[in-house]
Design a binder for this molecule. Structure first.
Ligand SMILES: Nc1ncnc2c1ncn2[C@@H]1O[C@H](COP(=O)(O)OP(=O)(O)OP(=O)(O)O)[C@@H](O)[C@H]1O
Length: 749
């Protein structure tokens, strides 16, 4: 219970903090308006103003984002100091009014205990509504009163966990627990695997880690961006509000299907086909498909050039093919080598006819005797080759033998004729790949398209060299700009609170500014990365990582050569047919055993009653599944029922009424989706359901990573039997609720 005087004291400090926020906002707004008003001047001045305007707009957006719940905690320290903890850091001249939750000074808020208090005597959780303090919860970190409490800020935590769901994930910045904090603040280098059961906060932790890394290593990470991979578009929408609410924008949220720019890949396909496409052997299959497109004529090709018939045989072309293959693995880049070899052969045939010297071996001949049978010299031969190279018939022959291919063309060819992989895939697997051209791409195609792009290669060397030269020019220009602005603290504006608003030189390094100048639309790294297939990220976070195939891992590792990665998942929840047995199996090809494991052990989502039911229900199907320890109980046991479709409809209607402002999900076996969509038309559904609707109908695959106040699972035995990984699927379904679970078995007469 918060005393009135404490509430009033906190309120008065909070008002000071909000007052300062308002001032900062007004300053940023004024500076933005000023920079936008001055449009004249040199090109350099314009660029500089654009950069400044971008910086002020970004700052303004951050101030707006933190309005709600700006300050949520206080630490009283042994030396009498007090620190208020909040979403961003705010200073008043040189005195901190609010410490950013990610700053080292804020860490005790999440990890201090009575046993290890980090000089903290009291930890206070401050609950606010708009700009008003409504509740305070104090924890005295005193050994005598410590008890065996393992939770940090228990009251605030339980209030957050009990709150109704909204269809959008919320940030947990006010109640991060110690084991989660350790993951969030772990060093960014190397691969960190975060394993934990359902509801242990893996996704929440992954998102807060992104925010922490961007804050702590801003210089390294802003330029390259952070990539977060999620399982599907619905999940990405579900988590999309968390980072903006933490005032972070430099993150690209994407599914695997988004990672080949220009080729959207959202076509559904069978799990069996996806599994074959995800196998590591597909690297060899693709290499084979490429080799298959490097041909020599099965029958001699005849090409008529200027009345002369030239012939290309397999023996003529084989040396060219071997030279081109030896030159390197990239098919398109090797085409000029093949082309030169074939043109040499053809030019030789033309030369034999038009340049033959009838007297070359005439002992009485003049001074050309015994030197060469042909009067054409190297320059003539080069002309001949150039003429042949532009001849459409010759080009057509070259294109048939060694075509320049796009990744999509290579894959389309492979799917139309998968026999090319007969040494590597059995007949049933090859049939799973077979497909008519033009039906669109699936997520499992993306790693294959990416692999194909690597095998084929774009000849972008000239473009890269030009980009390098341009970067050097921009860098030196940007450094000049920073030198000038650092020298003159006032940037085109009069301001009496100069110290409060950073100068560009304070907030940007030359390379960042150079990047901004290069990109006149001022897109963030994340936005630019989304359009660039081989963009290399500063850090990659993979959520639901247990679902990724070996081919998907290859793609992600290419996007992160530094291997600065956070891999988040739960092997026991994997529904993919090719799921790995352990993280070592996944990571060994890339980092051997140089990866770290962190485990999350407490389930925040699912109450004890549902966890107990889940453990018992799955004990027979898969004893290896051990649900995590729940943090709370609701006193409401799950219900089970069997009945007709009408009875199911009635049960769902009852649960929908009961859930009130919360959210309800009905999770069904994939093969019943059509029937139940028709029977429950009031539920939102479809391939990408709107989770903000009060009630939704989902398959297990769609429900992965999500949560709802109430869940009704339909036909659990059918889910169990529906796939070799049925126990894992049922585990996912049963652990989605935060409050109530119902399990309904349909009478299938
Ligand atoms: N420290 C915390 N404070 C408040 N809420 C928390 C905390 N940790 C986790 N939660 C909440 O618990 C729920 C489950 O978290 P999350 O979805 O991140 O778990 P998960 O491990 O990714 O689950 P799954 O494996 O099922 O995808 C979310 O509502 C999240 O906000």
């Amino acid at each position: 219970m918060s005393s009135l005087s404490s509430l009033a004291e906190e309120q008065s400090h909070l008002s000071v903090i909000y007052g300062r926020l308002d001032e900062l906002r007004a300053q940023a707004r004024q500076r933005l308006a000023e920079t936008q008003r001055h449009r004249g001047g040199t090109k350099e001045a314009l660029s500089l103003r654009d950069v400044a305007a971008y910086g002020y707009a970004e700052r303004l957006a951050q101030y707006e984002a933190v309005e709600e719940g700006l300050c949520f905690g206080r630490l009283d320290l042994r030396d009498g100091d007090r620190l208020h903890i909040g979403r961003i850091g705010i200073h008043d001249t040189d005195h901190p009014l609010l410490v950013d939750w990610r700053a080292p000074a804020a860490r005790p808020f999440y990890v201090a205990t009575a046993i290890t208090p980090y000089d903290v005597t009291v930890r206070r959780h401050i609950r606010t509504r708009e700009r008003t303090v409504v509740e305070l919860n104090d924890e005295i970190l005193d050994l005598d009163r410590a008890g065996d409490r393992a939770l940090v800020g228990e009251a605030a935590l339980i209030a957050a966990l009990d709150a109704n769901r909204t269809g959008r994930m919320r940030d947990i910045v006010e109640t991060i627990q110690a084991e989660q904090d350790r993951v969030i603040r772990a060093e960014p280098g190397g691969v960190l695997v975060v394993q934990g059961g359902p509801g242990t906060g893996k996704t929440a932790v992954a998102l807060h880690r992104a925010a922490y890394l961007l804050y702590t290593y801003r210089e390294q990470l802003t330029a390259r961006g952070v990539l977060i991979i999620g399982p599907n578009a619905t999940f990405l929408r579900y988590i999309s509000q968390v980072l903006p609410s933490l005032a972070e924008t430099g993150v690209l949220l994407a599914t695997l299907g988004d990672l080949f720019p220009g080729l959207p890949a959202h076509r559904p396909e069978s799990p069996a086909t996806a599994e074959v496409k995800g196998r590591a052997v597909m690297v060899e299959v693709l290499a084979e498909a490429v080799r298959d497109r490097q041909r020599v004529p099965a029958e001699p090709i005849e090409i008529e050039v200027d009345g002369q018939v030239l012939r290309l045989t397999a023996a003529d072309c084989e040396p060219a093919r071997q030279r081109a293959r030896a030159a390197g693995p990239r098919h398109n880049l090797a085409r000029p080598i093949f082309e030169t070899g074939v043109l040499d052969v053809l030019a030789g045939q033309v030369a034999d006819r038009i340049g033959a010297d009838p007297f070359w071996d005439d002992p009485l001949g003049a001074d050309d005797a015994l030197t060469s049978p042909n009067v054409l010299d190297e320059a003539d031969l080069a002309d001949l080759r150039a003429d042949l190279a532009s001849n459409p018939l010759v080009r057509a022959a070259l294109d048939a033998l060694w075509p320049v291919l796009t990744p999509a063309e290579l894959l389309t060819g492979l799917y139309a004729a998968p026999e090319v992989a007969s040494g590597l895939l059995g007949p049933a697997d090859r049939e799973l790949l077979r497909r008519e051209p033009g039906a669109g791409w699936s997520p499992a195609d993306v790693p294959l398209l990416d692999e194909a792009a690597e095998l084929l290669g774009d000849d972008d060397r000239a473009a890269r060299a030009a980009a390098g030269r341009e970067l050097a020019i921009r860098l030196s220009y940007a450094q000049g700009v920073l030198d000038i602005t650092a020298g003159s603290k006032s940037f085109e504006l009069e301001d009496d609170d100069e110290a409060a608003i950073p100068n560009i030189a304070d907030i940007m390094q030359a390379d960042m500014l150079a990047d901004r100048l290069a990109d006149r639309e001022h897109r963030t790294a994340a936005e630019r990365a989304a359009a660039d297939r081989d963009w290399v990220f500063g850090h990659v976070i993979v959520d639901e990582a247990q679902e990724l195939s070996p081919m998907a891992w290859r793609l992600l590792m290419r996007r992160c050569p530094s291997r600065s990665m956070t891999v988040v998942g739960d092997l026991a929840q994997s529904g993919s047919l090719g799921a790995p047995d352990g993280w070592a199996e996944v990571l060994a090809p890339y980092v051997a055993d140089r990866w770290r494991l962190a485990e999350l052990t407490v389930s925040y989502r699912t109450p004890a009653e549902i966890m107990d039911y889940t453990r018992d229900r799955l004990a027979a199907a898969d004893p290896a599944i051990v649900p995590p320890r729940p943090v709370r109980s609701t006193g409401v046991p799950p219900w089970e029922a069997t009945g007709s479709l009408d009875e199911l409809v009635a049960r769902v209607a009852y649960e929908k009424d009961t859930v009130g402002d919360g959210r309800l999900a009905v999770i069904v076996p994939a093969d019943l989706l059509t029937t139940l969509t028709a029977a429950l038309p009031q539920l939102a559904g479809g391939p990408s359901p709107d989770l903000e609707e009060p009630a939704v109908l989902l398959t297990v695959a769609q429900a992965k990573g999500l949560e709802f106040d109430t869940v009704v699972v339909v036909d659990p035995d059918r889910i169990l039997a529906g796939s070799p990984r049925g126990a894992n699927d049922l585990y996912v379904a049963l652990t989605r609720p935060t409050q109530r679970l119902g399990v309904f078995t349909l009478d299938h007469e």
